[in-house]
Design a binder for this molecule. Structure first.
Ligand code: SDX
Length: 429
């Protein structure tokens, strides 16, 4: 017997169906609400609103569970690699050897960008933020492949998937090279995904650059941990843009911009800047925790809090463990790590953070690892975008095939002036 919800409005009773997810979540289906009652719902930030039914990622904020296509993130971080995880998210199953070889081959053999794209970098001022550059260059791909943008053509979507996954590391590395005035190295097909990225980031014509396998492996694991997170701000942006049947390049470009915000993916850069501020102010962590609690102070503990995780972020547990391993192996224990550990210890015992269920999220430790891997701070959010790309692609494809597909167009409650007449300029105050 399927459950229902009764709404009584102005003396009339309305029955709405309840949808149940495979892992037990329940939702009131209000799609007929306005037509039957004249009412709409109001939910700033969509705290209680589901935008779709999805088979890609499940997370349970209370239990700290995160699964990609049903596989726990802990197992993928331990046993998988980023290309295999990207395939899982996009196609819905782990690939067999033939499928993996085909996918890997095409992602590898699309890593070069059109030579004209390099000219686009010259149009930016010196030292532009790489997130702005990446979004602009990814968006420009829609002009280089404008005859293969049809969101309902399977073959055109497949080659777009290969091109985006293959070219984003190249575009990202070139955005860094542009900022330091160095030439753009070509990708090397003999290298793995993260080895190739590191090669393009740090090679230069004057000396051979040897990729450290430990660094490449750590980056690969970080990309897995960032690969999807259901309907977060940037993924919802990709879905909304895609709901107009806009092409995948442009939808992903919009997602990159949404991720840049300091409340979202930009938090990993903001965490390091916050830790550096605390260090430069003498390292008084307690003072900054009090600032974060002060309602009159706009200061927030970046890397703390989450819309969904109200217990712990399973990714931050894995990343925290990785941070200690990386520092152990690469040495150079970062004083910022000590400040981060003090911050976490104090905050987790403080009633303010406990009552508001604010725990370290994925961004709290990831920046410390990127810093240890010699990734420049203004590239941290670009690393998040590289990781999240398969999730954006998977959700955009799922949207295009959704049996309930509709263009995204929310309603509003108007609170502006009632009808008034135009006042001629001469009669205005
Ligand atoms: C990501 O959605 C996803 O899945 C995102 C992500 C993904 O993988 O895609 O997980 C990645 O974006 C992680 C979050 C990174 N952002 C930060 O670390 C920035 C700091 N955190 C916050 O700004 C905040 O916690 C959010 C934006 C993450 C969540 O915001 P919500 O759910 O809208 O909650 P809120 O801002 O309303 O905060 C609830 C209360 C508020 O106090 P009251 O208004 O109730 O008095 O908690 C307070 C906030 O003031 N609060 C904080 C705080 N975060 C929230 N107070 C101090 N420090 C903080 N970090």
């Amino acid at each position: 017997m399927s459950k229902t919800v009764e709404v009584i409005y102005q003396g009339t009773s309305y029955t709405l169906p309840v949808i149940k997810g495979t892992c037990g979540e329940e939702a009131v289906d209000i799609s007929t609400l306005r037509n039957t009652t004249g009412l709409i719902t109001y939910d700033p930030g969509f705290v209680s609103t589901g935008s779709c039914q999805s088979e890609i990622t499940f997370l349970d904020g209370e239990k700290g569970i995160l699964m990609y296509r049903g596989i726990p993130i802990e197992q993928l971080a331990e046993h998988s690699n980023f290309i295999e995880t990207a395939y899982l998210l996009i196609y819905g199953n782990l690939p067999n050897q033939q499928e993996l070889d085909y996918f890997q081959y095409h992602v590898t053999h699309h890593s070069m960008v059109h030579e004209s794209i390099k000219n686009l970098y010259d149009g930016f001022p010196n030292n532009p933020h790489p997130m702005a550059v990446c979004s602009a260059i990814v968006g420009s791909l829609a002009t280089f492949y404008q005859d293969q943008l049809n969101p309902q053509n399977e073959r055109e979507i497949e080659i777009t998937i290969h091109r985006l996954l293959a070219k984003l590391p190249t575009i990202a590395a070139y955005s860094y090279k542009k900022s330091i005035g160095q030439p753009f190295p070509y990708p090397k097909n003999s290298l793995s995904y993260t080895e190739n990225f590191l090669h393009m980031m740090f090679s230069n014509p004057c000396e051979q650059y040897e990729v450290d396998p430990l660094v490449a492996k750590a980056l690969d694991t970080l990309l897995i941990l960032h690969a999807d997170h259901e309907q977060n701000c940037s993924t919802s942006t990709v879905r909304l843009v895609g709901s107009s049947r806009c092409n995948l390049y442009s939808s992903v470009s919009a997602g990159i911009y949404a991720l840049w915000g300091p409340l979202h993916g930009g938090a990993n850069q903001a965490v390091i800047e916050m830790l550096q501020t605390i260090q430069e102010a003498g390292g008084n962590v307690k003072q900054f925790v009090e600032k974060a609690k002060d309602p009159n102070d706009s200061f927030r503990l970046m890397g703390f809090g989450h819309r969904v995780y109200k217990n712990f972020d399973p990714r931050s547990k894995i990343i925290k463990k990785m941070a200690h391993e990386i520092f152990g192996k690469l040495g150079g224990n970062d004083p910022l790590l000590d400040i981060a550990l003090q911050l976490e210890e104090i905050a987790l015992k403080d009633d303010y953070f406990i009552s508001k269920k604010l725990y370290p999220n994925v961004d709290f430790y990831s920046g410390l690892i990127y810093k240890a891997l010699k990734i420049p701070i203004n590239m941290f959010t670009v690393m998040f975008a590289m990781g999240r790309l398969p999730g954006w692609i998977a959700h955009w494809i799922e949207l295009q095939k959704d049996q309930d597909f509709k263009i995204g167009r929310p309603r509003q409650i108007y609170q502006g002036p009632k009808r008034t007449d135009y006042t001629p300029l001469k009669k205005r105050g």
